[in-house]
Design a protein around this ligand. Structure first.
Ligand SMILES: Cc1cc2nc3c(=O)[nH]c(=O)nc-3n(C[C@H](O)[C@H](O)[C@H](O)COP(=O)(O)OP(=O)(O)OC[C@H]3O[C@@H](n4cnc5c(N)ncnc54)[C@H](O)[C@@H]3O)c2cc1C
Ligand code: FES
Ligand code: FES
Length: 466
């Protein structure tokens, strides 16, 4: 049985754990404030809050109910637009009304829930963070100016927010109903989900599988990896950073451990999907969906990461780059899953760069992406790991280009010579994201961008013909 709290009500259901939370909310519970739009994670109309007990408090994150398998709701507090009613309009709702940010209203519950998640977060709410929180919400009517004005008003209303205990602050200021204060104790009394065998369809965040396989999953029980404690957390052990397979993309972006090594990690992560997708999508899910342009995979390839497997077979550790055998074909048996991903780590900034070209800056997948990690020995490159997405059937580790650069000094001329090696390693095809020729050109520019970012003083563009 899946047990969770839906707004102020304890729910236990025997519905298939692979069916969508959205259908349960709307068709079983009759809570039609949550809207059905694209069912693919693109429109945000179905946004709800998912609150997880963390210590003695509940951490709320925006979540797309269309992509959330019901099994992932177990033990959580799920909040729909109906669950935030206090009998009067909250600051967020007022800001939307007062600034003309509502016309047909179809998108409004989703936008309000994204903003409630932002206000319930432990960060300071600013106009920028409020807008960023709604990056996954599409509105066809208002034009976004009025939503921006609402975001300004919300930031103003949240000025005094207590970031140490935001939910209590919201309740005390009559922005959330009082029952929210009873939730931690009520969640603590829900026993863990009785796991099915490790032989069903494995799902982590669901942001890939629920798009591709929704009909089959609606009738199925799943093996949910999302909340397994042994697959969570980021730690350092023996000079390696170990990332649990089910760490979400948001958690990776917030990790102090990762920030010490890659100070720009949060801004790189913001280029991936939207906030609710990042709140659900996991690191291992990004690897196993095996998209040739998976952003997290491209970052991990340049960190020369290894994956460690779990499951009924003997555990093994292999370089991430060896996991990809061909288009969407992985060296992973049906009885295996990814337990963790690890890479060599020091608690000081690495020479690391990630670049992504997409048609829009946010909520778009890459045409071509690339990452580079360099270790220097004096003036010479002592080690170089380069990766590229969108230029081959698999997320590509540019072994020959990295080897060419190793042992050489950094200069514009060397980068030009490296292009020639790189062009032999890639095999882009023409598709909706651009012609093969365009992708070759893009990757060339991205590699130059890595060097310009990491070695601005050593790359003199006036000495080379670009
Ligand atoms: C709207 C939208 C925008 C997106 N934008 C981007 C983007 O900009 N960049 C990008 O890179 N991706 C993007 N994605 C893709 C998304 O990031 C990936 O789908 C996500 O990382 C998958 O993780 P998940 O946990 O949700 O996977 P799931 O859907 O749960 O699973 C995906 C696959 O991985 C398998 N799996 C999951 N965990 C494990 C494990 N531990 N061991 C073995 N197998 C496992 C599942 O069985 C399944 O086959 C987007 C997706 C959506 C819906
Ligand atoms: S219905 Fe569009 S994101 Fe869920
Ligand atoms: S108000 Fe109509 S879609 Fe936003």
């Amino acid at each position: 049985m899946v047990t969770f709290i839906l707004n102020n009500e304890l729910i236990s259901t025997g519905k298939p754990t692979g069916s969508s939370l959205l259908d349960f909310i709307r068709y079983d519970m009759g809570l039609t404030g949550t809207k059905t739009g694209c069912r693919e994670g693109d429109c945000g109309a179905c946004t709800v809050l998912a609150g997880s007990l963390t210590g003695s408090t509940v951490v709320y994150r925006s979540t797309l109910s269309c992509l959330m398998p019901l099994g992932n709701a177990h033990g959580k507090h799920i909040v729909t637009i109906e669950g935030i009613n206090t009998g009067h309009l909250s600051h967020i709702q007022h800001a939307m009304v007062d600034n003309g940010a509502i016309q047909c209203g179809f998108c409004t519950p989703g936008i309000v829930m994204s903003l409630v998640a932002e206000s319930a977060s432990a960060r300071t709410t600013t106009a920028e963070s409020a807008i960023a929180a709604t990056a996954g919400n599409i509105c066809r009517c208002t034009g976004y100016k009025s939503i921006r004005r609402a975001a300004d008003a919300i930031a103003d209303a949240m000025r005094e927010k207590d970031t140490a205990d935001p939910v209590r602050w919201l309740v005390e200021n009559k922005q959330l109903p009082e029952y929210f204060l009873t939730i931690p104790e009520r969640l603590a009394s829900i026993p863990g989900l009785t796991e099915t065998e490790d032989s069903g369809i494995m799902i982590a965040g669901g942001t890939d599988l629920m798009v591709r396989n929704a009909d089959e999953l609606a009738e199925s029980d799943i093996v949910t990896l999302y909340d397994r404690k042994e697959l969570k957390g980021i730690r350092v052990e023996g000079g390696r950073c170990i990332i649990g397979a089910s760490v979400t993309i948001s958690e990776a972006g917030e990790s102090e451990t990762l920030k010490k090594y890659i100070p720009e990690i949060s801004s790189y992560i913001r280029l991936i999907a939207s906030e609710p997708v990042r709140n659900m999508a996991t690191i291992a899910g990004n690897i196993v969906n095996a998209s040739p342009i998976g952003d997290i995979t491209i970052i991990l390839l340049a960190l020369n990461a290894e994956v460690t497997t779990g499951g009924s077979r003997d555990s093994r550790t292999l370089p991430l780059r060896e996991l990809f055998l061909g288009y969407k074909k992985l060296d992973l048996a049906a009885e295996e899953y990814i337990r963790c991903i690890s890479f060599t780590y020091q608690p000081e900034p690495a020479l690391f760069s990630f670049e992504k070209v997409s048609r829009r800056t946010h909520l778009d997948i890459a045409s071509v992406n690339s990452a580079m990690h360099v270790v220097m020995n004096g003036d010479l490159i002592a080690g170089c790991h380069l990766s590229a997405g969108g230029v081959s059937p698999v997320p590509l580790y540019l072994e020959k280009t990295g080897a060419f650069l190793t042992g050489r000094p950094v200069s514009a001329e060397i980068v030009l010579q490296a292009y020639e090696v790189m062009q032999q390693e890639i095999s882009p095809i023409s598709d909706a994201r651009g012609s093969a020729e365009y992708k070759r050109l893009l990757l060339r520019q991205l590699i130059l961008a890595h060097f310009l970012k990491l070695f601005p003083e050593k790359i003199n563009l006036s000495t080379v013909q670009l």
